[in-house]
Design a protein around this ligand. Structure first.
Ligand code: GLC
Length: 753
């Protein structure tokens, strides 16, 4: 292959090379018939194939497909294998439809619950996000179809997304926003990465040399191709030099022309262009090599899978008086237009033309055969206006029922690719409906359909809340199966639900001002913030109820002491102590109570999902490694482990820790301090090697500072009083006893040993 590609490049004209670096239309790479180089097609995902089949006068028509639950649901399943299965089905569908790359998964971190695309992203936590992205990528690529891990990086808002400049400090960028991509790049090896629209620290991602080459290729060893988000290229030549090989969509020759002119002018080395062409040809021929003649896939079978995925991802948030699962009820009121017209996916490029959709009302009627099921619309999904006619009708049906199920949530106009929310509230007509119905009926279950967290002012007026999120085209049956107990809810939140928007860490800096946004909260995103600030959330990260109960026991680590070059096996047992089969998502957090580093109270570093029959117990083992304990040290520009004791916490949620043990970790990486004229006395005193030098000078220092009387009585106090004095300060106060020359000599001695 390498020889074939090198021969092709050797035979290409400059124009042909440049032409390959931009797409044809919106979805294809360029073919060069003369050289027998075919085009390949790419299409959106990430949770269903959105293949544009024609671009006619009334917009583009897309192929009817199966709409799986989007990332917000997939992540709430915490189920690597399930997400991988979704990827496999997507890959199979792409093969059958001639698609070589599916444009997903999207692994951007949920910095604010207001982001319009949160439905398409996995989590506020980079470890969970990267594990889900890995599963998705591995699943799709196992079918010989490529993925495009996106949007690299820090595309965390839709507001001004194509020009916003995200100011992010290096540690935050590394530990939160890049971390979600890093582990996917290294472990799942996506065929392509899609660069984001925005800038990071003043440079567009599409031309960010450090991001696309320094970090992605040189540091992480990524060998795939970078494709732009659609229209994300600012300056084509800068982008090519920074490491962006393929501009999408076609720029109608403009990008190519700039490349040709730059090569001719000697601004762009032809070898740089050749390298990009080589990457593109590698991708094209890899796609062709992996093409398989697939039998026609079965959309109905995939629909059933989508429904199962929805069931495994929905989160039971409240179950007062065990109102769920619904026991035999004779009169059930189903209220809310979402019951007939469900919101089951997000808006924008990921929007799927579903070949069929289960509606909750129909599916409830199918299961509640011995009950009288009455429906009331409750509100109009196309407006926020409160319609009292709808309200009164709903109250009447609710009053006549034994049990009322209200379907509420966020209509598509509230959140989508392309725009963010400005508040966390549900539509006023949804809130009013629930408040009014609660006046006449106490047995209320609310099913929420929303792509991101909402405020829940009526939480204590209802007994059951099922967070369905956007459950894909099979959500209707999934909801019915869960509320009637045909299956047991087993999803847990992959993001925090705050009580109020202004509790969120990004609140003061979202979506920024003008075209500037500052990630001033730093690494304290999501639960990292709420826990540190002791702000109680409405529902914590990792929370989800079940119809059964689980007991955790026998936590042990295979070592009590390790170095940062060793791994640690942590094992414990989980038992189903209830009467119903269930799945439990167990979470492992790492905490370092004694630390010199600014850090969250704890961070997620492992999880597993365990299926248990009633009474069944299983052992879970989670392996930890250096990165489970490390923080990003900007001084050495690398991940570093602070030596000392770490707590290993096993939880049913971030706020429900069941087991704890301690392990001592010793770093094998000594960070050699570099002393300079502005190093303080205090810093030197903390270094065992430097301390004696300073103590020898104590007399001189304190005398120079006029502290010799104190020093005589108690030198430690005197030195403490000068702890923040930079070394250079001694020169001014030592009446000649301490000179620049002596300072240099001391610094040289300190930095040498
Ligand atoms: C959009 C989205 C990206 C999508 C691409 C193609 O602008 O940002 O996620 O894959 O363009 O539709």
């Amino acid at each position: 292959m390498e020889k074939r590609i090198n021969d092709l490049i050797a035979n290409m004209t400059l124009e042909e090379k440049a032409s390959l670096c931009s797409g044809v239309g919106a979805w294809h790479t360029k073919a060069i018939e003369r050289l027998d180089i075919p085009a390949i097609m790419m299409s959106d995902g990430p949770h269903g194939l959105r293949k544009v089949i024609e671009d006619d006068e009334n917009g583009n028509q897309t192929l009817e497909s199966v709409c799986f639950p989007p990332a917000v649901n997939l992540a709430s399943s915490w189920d690597r294998d399930l997400v991988k299965q979704v990827g496999q089905i997507l890959g199979e569908t792409c093969q059958a439809e001639g698609i070589s790359i599916i444009l997903g998964p999207a692994a951007n971190i949920k910095r604010s619950p207001l982001c319009g695309r949160n439905f398409e992203y996995f989590s506020e936590d980079p470890y969970l996000s990267s594990e889900m992205a890995n599963a998705h990528i591995t699943g799709v690529q196992s079918q010989g179809v490529g993925t495009s891990l996106k949007h690299f990086a820090a595309n965390n808002q839709e507001h001004m997304r194509m020009s916003i400049n995200a100011h992010i400090d290096e540690r935050t960028l590394r530990e939160i926003y890049l971390n979600s991509f890093e582990r996917s790049v290294k472990e799942a090896k996506p065929w392509t990465l899609m660069c984001a629209y925005n800038k990071i620290n003043d440079i567009f991602c599409s031309e960010h040399q450090e991001l696309l080459t320094g970090i992605l290729r040189d540091e992480w060893g990524y060998e795939g191709l970078v494709v732009s988000d659609w229209g994300a290229v600012n300056e084509r030549v800068d982008a090519l030099q920074a490491g962006l090989e393929l501009e999408m969509p076609s720029s109608d020759g403009i990008g190519e022309k700039k490349i040709i002119e730059a090569v001719k002018a000697g601004i762009l080395k032809e070898s740089t262009l050749d390298h990009a062409v080589r990457m593109i040809l590698n991708l094209v021929f890899k796609a062709l090599e992996n093409k398989r003649t697939f039998h026609a896939y079965d959309k109905n079978q995939d629909h059933s899978k989508a429904q199962k995925v929805a069931e495994e991802s929905m989160v039971l948030l409240r179950n007062k008086d065990h109102i769920l699962p619904i026991k035999e009820s004779k009169k059930i009121a189903v209220i809310g237009e979402f019951a007939k017209k469900p919101r089951y996916q997000g808006g924008g490029s990921s929007h799927i033309k579903s070949f069929k959709v289960d509606t909750p009302l129909d599916e409830i009627k199918k299961l509640a055969t011995d009950a009288d099921v009455e429906y009331a619309q409750g509100y109009d999904i196309n407006t926020d206006e409160i319609d009292n006619t709808y309200i009164e009708e709903a109250k009447e049906k609710a009053q006549q029922s034994e049990l009322t199920i209200v379907f509420a949530g966020l209509p598509e106009r509230y959140e989508s690719e392309g725009y963010d929310r400005t508040h966390l509230k549900l539509p006023p007509n949804h809130n009013r409906l629930i408040e009014e119905v609660a006046k006449v009926q106490e047995n209320i279950i609310v099913v929420l359909s929303n792509g991101s967290p909402v405020e829940i002012p009526w939480i204590n007026s209802v007994k059951g809340i099922l967070e369905a999120y956007l459950g894909g085209q099979g959500m209707g049956r999934a909801v019915a199966n869960l509320i009637f107990g045909k299956s047991n809810p087993c999803g847990k939140l992959a993001e925090t639900f705050a009580v109020r928007l202004n509790h969120n860490p990004s609140y003061l800096n979202f979506p920024g001002e003008g075209d500037q946004v500052h990630y001033a909260e730093g690494i304290f995103v999501g639960y990292r913030y709420y826990e540190k600030k002791e702000i109680n959330p409405l529902f914590p990260f990792g929370f989800g109820l079940s119809y059964t109960s689980f007991d955790y026991s026998q936590l042990r680590a295979d070592k009590t002491e390790i170095t940062d070059e060793e791994t640690l096996q942590v094992s414990f047992k989980v038992k189903n102590t209830g009467k119903m089969q269930g799945k439990e998502i167990v979470q492992l957090y790492v905490a370092k109570p004694e630390t010199k580093i600014i850090r969250p109270l704890k961070e997620l570093k492992g999880f597993a999902k365990v299926e248990l029959e009633p009474g069944q117990e299983k052992a879970v083992t989670i392996e930890l490694n250096k990165r489970s304990f490390a923080y990003y040290n900007t001084a050495i520009k690398d991940w570093h482990v602070e030596s000392g004791d770490y707590h290993i916490l096993i939880g049913a949620s971030s706020a429900d820790i069941r087991l704890q043990t301690t392990v001592s970790v010793t770093s094998t990486v000594k960070i050699k301090p570099f002393y300079h004229r502005n190093t303080t006395i205090g810093e030197l005193m903390e270094d065992p090697k430097a301390k004696p030098v300073i103590e020898q000078m104590a007399q001189q220092i304190t005398k120079g500072m006029g502290l010799s009387d104190i020093s005589k009585e108690n030198p430690a106090i005197a030195l403490n009083m000068v702890r923040y004095l930079p070394l250079r300060g001694l020169i001014n106060f030592s009446k000649g006893a301490f000179t620049e020359a002596i300072l240099e000599e001391i610094l040289d001695k300190l930095n040498r040993n």
